[in-house]
Design a binder for this molecule. Structure first.
Ligand SMILES: [Zn+2]
Length: 133
């Protein structure tokens, strides 16, 4: 992991695919049910696709049926930050990587107990790293 994060859009475009750039850096959304990790369930960790910070553990991932990867908790409370999002005529809570400030998705309060939290995250924002055998 390096600390020389891109600073300009041009530098980010060099590092990311066009879809990753649109979602991570422009707060876009991949189409539902198109992400590679939506129905992916294996032991490991999910890292930020932009800066490699650990964001979620596989044991908090669950099948929500919403069309995007869903997690009931972040890897740790410092991994992500949230902010109010009033775009598209809705009040939502945006989820961002705390390290590189990239957009990841949104968090909703309709998840499974006991947290009732659903982090709804774009697959393209995540990089899955399997646990070592
Ligand atoms: Zn990041």
């Amino acid at each position: 992991m390096s600390d020389d994060l891109p600073k300009t859009d041009a530098e980010w475009r060099d590092r990311l695919t066009p879809l990753q750039f649109a979602v991570l850096r422009q707060a876009g959304t991949e189409r539902a049910f198109t992400g590679a990790l939506t129905d992916h369930f294996a032991a490991g960790t999910y890292h930020c696709a932009a800066c490699s910070q650990v964001l979620f553990h596989a044991d908090s991932k669950y099948h929500s049926g919403c069309g995007w990867p869903a997690f009931s908790a972040a890897a740790d409370s410092g991994a992500i930050r949230t902010k109010r999002d009033l775009s598209h005529g809705m009040l939502r809570t945006e989820v961002l990587c705390s390290r590189c400030d990239s957009h990841l998705g949104h968090v909703f309060r309709d998840g499974p107990p006991p947290s009732f939290t659903r982090y709804c995250i774009n697959s393209v924002c995540l990089e899955f790293v399997p646990d070592a055998e």
